[in-house]
Design a binder for this molecule. Sequence first.
Ligand SMILES: [Zn+2]
Length: 121
Amino acid sequence: MGAFDVLVVSQKCDQCGIVTDFRYQFKYGTPWQKQYVLGDRVDWEGNPNRWNGQPMPGLIAVDAEREACPNCQCEYEFSIVYIDDGMFIGAGRNGGRFNFGNDDYALPIGQYARLTVEDTK
Ligand SMILES: [Zn+2]
């Protein structure tokens, strides 16, 4: 229980229009209720016995779930946290772009996906 971390991103809700801190839960790295913001780096030291996935160079998409909007309660069950060379750079709706297998916490997505990151800021 509780074995996930959270990335907090200030974003505009596309349902109600409020700008607020959205919380994206994910299990990549060493998840244990840590809280990150954009610009932080993935912590691989926090719990060395419990790595989910591996450190990866370049741009990756991490399987995530966005918590409900605090204003209108809308939820995104399928969301993405974006990490570039180990640094959190964005988050947003998956929208069917990336398919994660049962054991995939993160996928390398390469240059192609840089465009998709732009809509997450
Ligand atoms: Zn909302």
